[in-house]
Design a protein. Structure first.
Length: 133
C-alpha cells in the first residue's frame, strides 16, 4: 500500500526468513515512486539473521536511489535479535518508541543493552570445549 511517499509492506507470518525478505525486496522494486518503505513486522516474532541481512542490503540499495527503508513492530525473538546485534543504524525503526510516543525519523531508539552472562553449566561446557582444542 502506498500512501503519499510512504509504502507500507506488512509481513503477517510469525517468522521472517531470507526467502520472505527476498519477496519483500521484489515487491518494493515495483513501487519506485515511494520515497520511504515501511516494513510492518508486528506479527513476526522470529527472524533469521539472513533475513535481517537481506533487509539491510535492500535499504542500502534504496539509499543509493534517494529512498529509505524503516521497520516497525518487532517483537519477541526478532526484537531480541535486532537489539543483540545492534542494528539500529543499519536498519532503523519507525513508529512508537518504548515510551509510546512517535520516534522521529533519523533518531536512535533508546536501547536496553543486556549483558550476556552464560549459565554455570554453559560456562563449564565452553571451558571444557576450549581445553579440548
Amino acid at each position: 500500500m502506498v500512501v503519499g511517499s510512504v509504502m507500507a509492506v506488512r509481513h503477517c507470518a510469525p517468522r521472517l526468513s531470507a526467502q520472505d525478505a527476498i519477496r519483500i525486496a521484489e515487491q518494493v522494486r515495483g513501487f519506485a515512486r515511494a520515497r520511504v518503505v515501511l516494513i510492518d513486522l508486528r506479527r513476526t516474532t522470529e527472524a533469521t539473521t539472513a533475513a535481517l541481512a537481506r533487509l539491510i542490503l535492500l535499504r542500502k540499495r534504496l539509499l543509493a536511489k534517494g529512498r529509505d527503508l524503516r521497520i516497525r513492530g518487532l517483537c519477541g525473538r526478532a526484537d531480541a535479535l535486532y537489539r543483540m546485534t545492534r542494528m539500529e543504524r543499519l536498519l532503523p525503526r519507525r513508529g512508537p518508541g518504548r515510551s509510546g510516543r512517535p520516534v522521529a525519523a533519523g533518531t536512535a531508539q533508546p536501547s536496553r543493552t543486556a549483558r550476556f552472562r552464560p549459565s554455570a553449566p554453559a560456562a563449564a561446557a565452553a571451558g571444557e570445549a576450549a581445553r579440548e582444542v
